[in-house]
Write a protein of this length. Structure first.
Lengths: 315, 332
């Protein structure tokens, strides 16, 4: 789990540096601050479990096990990317690691997550599906339709709300009537829990319970993980709408730093061991980034393929 | 002419039910979902799934909440997970509440994933005016969906094609929308018994002629044929093309016929502005501009919502007389 947290955090830093350098262009939604949520779920999910996520999905992609080289190549729009550079950061798909759908439309992933869970239930497997989304998505109709359907069909799906307290540029309480997103689970006869999303141990506990419940055929759970995004909505965001002191306080309490300290203080790992992991992670990120940066863009013929199976659309 | 194919007289509803039944029997990954589709809910509001949940179980024929986004989203998820769901949206007008799932997800997942995932779903819907259902339960919205790359769109004009096109749709590896003209549900015709497949992209020519080509689809085919009969008594021999599949469209059949007759009349019930008629007219102009003997004629609904009062609704709906008038304009 520490390795996942470190990989996400370091990757995010690498991407922000790269974008600032102007060497590449990309739409980038930084997950910095939300690392512990997906790392905890990632540590518990099997490769054959399904994951659906959203445009701010890098942490979820990494935690689900999408290989870094092809993941980075997709972010940079290269031919070697998971989707041949045709999807981009908002549409990363890698079925071999269970990363089934990444959507750029708020709330749309929830019904699809329910459908994936329906498929595994019909097949009689014990796979589970995790559908990630933000607090803003809990205000769109698709959220409610999906939770209701999952509730009545008792689908093996975990709805993970990564509540980073902003819907794009607007504060949670300005646009959300419920004090907690998890309250909304009550309407759909499923457990709803709220945990500190910056506390990896708390997320791990809630995630384990929800995953076990889904695997045992006991139905869906809504897990709300309260967190904070350090770098605003999209890369380049001026973040004027986020009070500076609030953001500073969140950054001072960086969950990745606190987690590291907790591991040392609790005697789980030594400083040397964690440093070794960090340096190994840095090496793999550099290697994957080199691969991505040295990969070519997709050829022009790719514009016309994959619209329909096995057909090439005329130019 | 004798035929080896055994047929049976069926209504369109029975033909659709037959296609669904055979597909579910043949392939255990075929699923049905939608409002009221299972037998405890009546087997579908138009009874197109009557008896299927009893035969195949409510896990495969699932009545859903009135949640169109969840219906299409769940169908997409199940499709990505290895199934072939047939989702029913009761009326095409309700695409308005689930178009995000249809356009942003069903149509694009194959492309966005670089071909790694596909969405082999069929979306069935009733469509079309003529029953005084008013402005929100009557529209033909084929132009909405033919405009979206990644979708295939078909419209049958008779029971046999309803069965054959639906069968092709279910076993197609891409998302297909089958638009079912509501008033055709109770029309009967001879339908092949057993598996019957009508391939996409192949128009039918239910009436051959040399003077003018009438290009249409869906419910208007029968009116076009009746209009062609009227015109025959006036000495005009019209060819009628039933497109059957709008995406992919049989451009070869259109261009071959109009290339011969030099005159084209395009007929659809949907409103004129931005309608498929404009696309077909442009296709003809791009290929046959110098050869046409007359401007392309469009016979379509006016650019209005669909009214309730029977007198106004019948004025909106394209009928035999409107088409006959259109043909006269083309051959003048």
């Amino acid at each position: 789990m520490f390795e996942l947290v470190t990989t996400i955090s370091q990757t995010d830093e690498r991407f922000r540096t790269l974008l600032s350098s102007g060497r590449v262009r990309s739409t980038y939604y930084s997950p910095k601050g939300q690392e512990c949520i997906s790392a905890a779920f990632g540590a518990l999910l099997r490769p054959d479990d399904y994951c659906v996520t959203i445009y701010r999905g890098l942490h979820d992609h990494i935690s689900k096990g999408v290989p870094l080289d092809v993941l980075f190549a997709e972010f940079l729009g290269r031919a070697t990317g998971t989707c041949k550079g045709k999807g981009g950061p908002m549409h990363v798909t890698d079925p071999s690691s269970g990363m089934m759908v990444t959507t750029g439309v708020v709330g749309s992933g929830l019904p699809i997550g329910a459908g994936l869970a329906w498929a595994t239930k019909l097949k009689g497997t014990d796979q589970v599906t995790i559908s990630n989304f933000g607090d803003g998505a809990s205000n769109i109709g698709a959220f409610h339709e999906a939770l209701n359907l999952a509730g009545v069909w008792k689908l093996p799906v975990i709805f993970v709300c990564q509540n980073n307290r902003y819907s794009e540029h607007t504060r949670y309480e300005v646009v959300t009537a419920a004090e907690k997103v998890s309250q909304r689970a009550a309407s759909y006869s499923m457990p709803g829990v709220t945990v500190d999303g910056n506390d990896p141990v708390a997320v791990y506990g809630a995630a384990r319970e929800a995953i076990e419940r889904a695997r045992a055929g006991e139905g869906p759970t809504l897990v709300e993980c309260v967190t904070y995004r350090f770098w605003g909505h999209i890369f380049g965001d001026n973040m004027r709408y986020m009070p500076a002191e609030e953001r500073q306080a969140a950054m001072d309490a960086d969950p990745t730093v606190r987690y590291r300290q907790w591991l040392i203080d609790g005697g789980h790992f030594g400083e040397d061991e964690l440093s070794a992991i960090e340096s190994e992670v840095a090496t793999s990120i550099e290697k994957a980034m080199e691969f991505a940066l040295n990969s070519p863009p997709p050829g022009p013929e790719e514009l016309y393929t994959d619209v329909y199976k096995g057909e090439v659309v005329p130019a | 002419m004798s035929t080896a194919v055994e047929t049976k007289k069926m209504t369109t509803v029975q033909a659709i039910l037959d296609a669904l039944d055979l597909a579910m029997e043949k392939d255990p990954t075929v699923l049905l979902l939608g409002e009221d589709v299972s037998d405890p809910s009546g087997g579908g509001v138009f009874h197109t799934s009557d008896g299927l949940s009893t035969k195949y179980g409510e896990h495969r024929v699932a009545s859903t909440p009135i949640s169109e986004q969840a219906i299409i989203g769940a169908a997409i998820g199940a499709a990505v997970g290895g199934f072939r769901p047939v989702a029913e949206i009761m009326f095409m007008d309700f695409f308005a509440v689930c178009l995000d799932q249809i356009s942003n997800h069903a149509a694009k997942l194959r492309y966005m994933s670089g071909g790694q995932t596909g969405v082999p779903i069929t979306i069935r819907c009733a469509a079309g005016a003529g029953m005084q259902f008013g402005a929100q339960h009557s529209e033909m919205l084929e132009s909405w969906v033919t405009h979206i790359p990644g979708l295939k769109v078909v419209v049958a004009s008779n029971p046999a094609d309803s069965k054959g096109l639906l069968t092709s749709a279910i076993f197609d590896d891409d998302p297909v929308i089958t638009i079912e003209p509501t008033l055709n549900y109770w029309i009967a015709g001879e339908v092949p018994v057993g598996e019957h497949v009508v391939p996409f992209g192949k128009a039918a020519t239910p009436r051959a002629g040399d003077d003018v080509t009438v290009i249409t689809y869906g419910r208007e085919v029968q009116f076009a044929l009746a209009a062609a009969e009227q015109l025959a008594s006036e000495g005009v021999n019209a060819e009628v093309i039933d497109l059957r599949s709008l995406v992919p469209m049989d451009e070869t059949a259109i261009l071959e016929s109009v290339g011969r007759t030099k005159r084209a009349v395009i007929v659809h019930q949907a409103v004129r502005r931005g309608g498929l008629g404009a696309e077909i007219s442009c296709l003809i102009n791009e290929h046959l501009f110098g050869e046409l003997a007359a401007p392309v004629v469009r016979v379509t609904g006016p650019n209005t919502p669909i009214p309730y009062a029977a007198e106004l609704e019948s004025l909106f709906v394209v009928d035999t007389n409107d088409i006959a008038e259109g043909i006269r304009r083309a051959v003048k």
